[in-house]
Design a protein around this ligand. Structure first.
Ligand SMILES: Nc1ncnc2c1ncn2[C@@H]1O[C@H](COP(=O)(O)OP(=O)(O)O)[C@@H](O)[C@H]1O
Ligand SMILES: [Mg+2]
Length: 362
């Protein structure tokens, strides 16, 4: 006879690998249902679940089939998340990640596009917002023309605009509301006003992640933006050339000022992989700079991204390199980054879920 208590005992010590707690401690098992020869387990995990649910599902499966070798096991997952409805903007976006850099040209947009691609490959719903008014690059990286938004008048008189979509990823840029000649004259406070409009009127629908490609730098515009948007966390991109300690320090100071968690530093263009010798790595600008800077400044180092011709070609031709099935190296690099980022986000979301209900918006 199949027995619910035995099933529970067999699975309750399985751990959530990110939170390092058992599913019993997390009160994650919502129900066990025995239906003939099928055992159905209902599990609720702290959101986002995409990089952990396969592993947990496999462990539950083998624990139960060890106990009852001939049963069918079905594991169903739901997400546990704090209340987003009190937010002023982006109420349907579960995680908002800012990608920032002290300087332009370090590959911030390339990293943002590929993180979006890698996240979407895990099954998540993803959007990318390009905040660089003077040099937007997400439309190019996703092969979309800089066409203006389709603006729709709603029955209540307000207007809504809709992002474009490519490869299942939603993409929007400031350039889509500003004409080229306008962009050059829109600065400072006026720009912040445009962004507010963008956040209030742009209809993303439900998203697991919004990647926000911030304008480069750490000035007033960036500060205002990070204050206005309910950011989950920030990623700082640097290159080894500059060993840009001062730049990274400024970015960190900016996010700390507005209490945004720094998820970590990504070093881009760390080493060169020659296309004719793909197992070689040339650390042209020296090795380990990003890691040292991160340690010095007390933030996590998330990883190194190689400098590669395929990446540059893919960026220019309108498809983030990780979406190419033959881009094995790049997929591995970005999957590792996504796992680390998700772990930090899940730990953060778990901490917030433990807090007594708060009045501030998050
Ligand atoms: N890892 C990389 N390998 C090859 N080319 C890259 C890499 N990262 C960025 N690039 C290229 O470098 C240029 C600048 O990158 P971009 O992402 O636009 O920088 P930023 O947004 O910081 O100004 C672009 O042509 C981009 O395709
Ligand atoms: Mg850019």
């Amino acid at each position: 006879m199949l027995n619910k208590v035995d099933v529970l005992n067999a699975i309750l010590n399985i751990k959530d690998p990110d939170l390092d707690k058992t599913i019993a401690e997390l009160n994650a098992v919502k129900d066990v249902n025995i239906d003939g020869n099928t055992i159905k387990v209902y599990v609720e995990l702290v959101q986002p679940i995409f990089t952990v649910y396969n592993q947990i599902s496999n462990e539950i499966n083998s624990a139960i089939t060890n106990l009852y070798p001939s049963v069918e096991v079905e594991v169903n997952f739901t997400e546990r998340m704090y209340d987003l409805s009190k937010r002023k903007v982006l109420k349907q976006v579960k995680n908002i990640i800012a990608v920032a850099s002290g300087k332009g040209g370090v590959g911030k947009s390339s990293i943002a596009a590929n993180l979006a691609g890698a996240l979407s490959l895990t099954g998540a719903k993803v959007g990318v917002l390009d905040g660089d008014v003077y040099g937007p690059s997400q439309p190019t990286m996703f092969g979309l023309s800089e066409q203006p938004f389709e603006v729709v008048e709603m029955p209540d008189g307000t207007t809504m605009a809709f992002p474009l979509e490519k490869y299942g990823i939603k993409v929007a840029s400031m350039g889509m509301i500003l004409q080229k000649n306008e962009a050059a004259i829109v600065r400072g406070p006026l720009l912040a006003g445009y962004f507010s409009m963008l956040f209030e009127q742009l209809e993303w629908g439900e998203l697991d992640y919004l990647i926000f490609d911030l304008p480069p730098g750490t000035g007033d515009v960036q500060l205002t933006l990070t204050q206005k948007i309910p950011l989950t966390g920030a990623i700082i991109v640097t290159t080894p050339q500059e060993i840009a300690v001062a730049d990274v320090r400024r970015s960190i100071a900016m996010f700390r000022k507005v209490n945004v968690e720094i998820l970590g530093v990504i070093e881009n263009m760390s080493y060169f992989i020659p296309p004719d010798a793909p197992d070689k790595k040339y650390y042209i600008f020296g090795e380990g700079g990003g890691r040292r800077v991160s340690e010095e400044l007390g933030v996590d180092f998330l990883g190194e991204v190689p400098f590669e011709i395929l990446t540059r070609e893919s960026n220019d031709s309108g498809m983030p390199v990780v979406l190419r099935e033959d881009a094995h190296n790049q997929r591995k690099v970005f999957n590792d980054l996504v796992e680390k980022i998700n772990k930090k986000i899940r730990l953060r979301n778990f901490k917030i879920l433990q807090l007594p209900v708060m009045k501030i918006s998050i």
